[in-house]
Unconditional design. Structure first.
Length: 290
């Protein structure tokens, strides 16, 4: 059985490490973090692995998973290269969605096959993630040998694999931020607008929930073009203008958020082709999108 070690073991590293161990496809070796205490907690969660806090104690492994924060990955790759344990043909992988495998260049120079794998999932609670990881889409790019090995490993724990273009990985990851983190922020913005309209916050979320759920169902059933509704879908420039002016008077940042998203909605409405050209042209003038 091939072995793996984890460097920097947060929520994603714990989840992946536990699943690799539970399925028996890889043997845990070392878990290296900034403190022995955090490494011990990670080893306890995974169920195996030797906790470490010193690079010199790291042993050779077939796979090194760099599960550190994005700003620490380059430093970890450098320290791993300097540790002397990486042999030609070993696989080194990081789990960042924002960085490409180029961040692992120090170990690539030693002959390691490098890649990045990004599981598209919220890992707030590893104890729950180990039970519902199956079906998680995992974006991958890197050296062919590393991609082949890691694709098999992640499929074995239930992952669905798709290829990424490393040249535009930061933009790809921004997409995940938009639909996950910023969806949360957008719902918060909506709640504040409801509150301004006199709806108590708790009730605002009750009112919004079916609307948000129905919208998501429509998007994934019919696509974004067909799911778009509202004033821009109708080409109703008067409503858009009134809402923009009201938002400006209340909160300039909310008005700019509305304006930015209206530009995307305008593009969708044009593609749908149901609103009048005159109405869409009037909306475009309001948004300076002519």
């Amino acid at each position: 059985m091939k072995s793996f070690s984890i460097i920097g073991c947060g929520a994603v590293g714990k989840t992946v490490g536990r699943l690799f161990y539970d399925t028996g496809i890889l043997e845990p070796r070392d878990i290296l973090t900034r403190s022995l205490q955090s490494a011990s907690r990670a080893a306890e969660f995974i169920g195996a692995g030797r906790p470490l806090a010193v690079w010199q104690d790291l042993r050779q492994a077939d796979l090194y998973l760099v599960a550190a924060s994005d700003d620490a990955i380059a430093a970890c790759a450098g320290a791993l290269a300097e540790s002397g344990v990486v042999e030609p043909g070993a696989v080194v992988c990081h789990l960042s969605g924002a960085l490409s495998s180029a961040a692992l260049e120090p170990v690539a120079r030693l002959g390691a096959a490098v890649a990045s794998v990004h599981p598209v999932k919220s890992f707030a609670h590893p104890e729950l993630c180990i039970n519902d990881f199956a079906g998680t889409w995992c974006g991958i790019e890197g050296d062919p040998a590393a991609v082949e090995f890691l694709s098999g490993a992640f499929r074995a724990i239930g992952g669905e694999i798709f290829a990424l273009d490393p040249r535009f990985k930061t933009i790809y990851h921004a997409g995940s931020v938009l639909v996950c983190n910023y969806l949360t922020a957008l719902i918060e913005a909506g709640a504040r607008a409801y509150e301004k309209g006199g709806v108590p916050r708790e009730q605002a979320f009750q009112v919004m929930e079916p609307l948000v759920r129905e919208t998501l169902e429509n998007v994934f059933r019919s696509g974004t073009v067909q799911a778009l509704t509202g004033p821009i879908a109708r080409g109703d420039a008067a409503v858009v203008s009134a809402q923009l002016e009201a938002l400006k008077a209340w909160d300039g940042e909310m008005a700019e958020l509305y304006r930015a998203l209206a530009g995307v909605a305008l593009d969708l409405s044009r593609r749908r082709g149901q609103a009048s050209e005159a109405g869409l042209a009037a909306v475009a003038r309001l948004l300076d999108k002519e």
